[in-house]
Design a protein around this ligand. Sequence first.
Ligand SMILES: [Zn+2]
Length: 460
Amino acid sequence: MHAVKSGSRAMRFNSTRAFSSAPRFQAPPALSINSNRLWETLHQTCEWGQAHRYGDNATETGMARLTLNDDDARVRRWFAEEVKKLGCTLSVDQMGNMFARRAGSLNSPAPMIAMGSHLDTQPRGGRYDGILGVMAALEVLRTMKESNFQTNYDVGIANWTNEEGARFPKSMCSSGVWAGAIPIQQAWDLRDIHNPNVSLKSELERHGYLGDIECSAKGYPLGAHFELHIEQGPILPANDCKIGIVQGAQGYRWLTFTIQGKDAHTGTTPLANRHDPLLAASRMIAASNDIAKKHDALASTGIIRVPSNASTNTIASEVTFTLDIRHPEDSVVHAVQEECLRTFQSIASQDGKGVSYSWTLDTDSPAVKFDQNCISSIQAAADHIVGPERSMLMTSGAGHDSVYTSKHCPTAMIFIPCKDGVSHHPTEYSTPEDCAIGTQALLEAVVNYDQARADESRGK
Ligand SMILES: [Zn+2]
């Protein structure tokens, strides 16, 4: 809904964070990722944590690889071995974030260009969310190594701890600590949702992943961050596109409304005499949907609560409900909120003797704009691999580690289609072809960006 099909391919370069002028991308090197190896590696590593079988094929299961459980520790140890085989140095920070680094030809001490995502899953998750991003990054490094190809600057992989926030309830947890948005003590103290005796920190210690590098953009700085991810939505297939060039993440605000009425007998109280909070809340929720439609935004109520002693023949005394407003532009998020508040005000006096209400703002997450040079690097890769007609600019509807990395280094994301837009579900699926296209795009985007970065430093 918020994706914009990119008709014009004119490149704009607003950001001067990394480059002083528009990079010109040279012909990409003749590097092709190995699609079979990628596919086999991805599913081989899903043996650690596979769950929820839904079909006869070996790969037809979902995943339950919760952060820092034994299977997560196994895949981490495997990952550490694999990147060492590629000649990478591996660093682990205080949140267990893993950074694998492959030297570039310049021997520059500048921060590496990272390809990052996460290896943890939801308890009823799939085989692609996060996992693909890390396995694709590994495939990129394997391809570079076997082709004796060296980037100018160091490149590498970031495996971010506890992106899902399923076992330890804080999503994008360790990229959030890295970005300085979440205090490390708060993250360390997170408790296993099923076992309060187990904390995130005690699990880091148990598995040997409590590193000594400070978890921050100073402790392990990154020169850029590219993340390949499944779209988790229906927009790419609906537009017959293979690559989504993600320009940012939409802003959102979460509000809670408390509507105060008065209990009354449903048989003896005429409609005109009622203070009915559930009726008012229903009209408000319906109105928020109309308002969102008008602004091409999203508004959703996920929770509605009535007192637990409510009964069929009594008007409820009080109702609370949540409202989640989203749009790629903060100004639209604010406009939808303002219009909802005005409309709710009039709804409150509309029926019977009216109700009173109050509200709180629980979360305010402004829209994120990714780096124009990273976006252009992906765009050039997409043009080369699938052509301009099969790729599109879009905005991420969900949060990702890249949202946090973008606070401290040039960042952008690549989306590929997933079947029926299904994610956070065992049947989540992307075809081998689409995984390969995304991985090739990741490789070429990183090479493009590295080349432009080197050109810039040489003053071209
Ligand atoms: Zn993810």
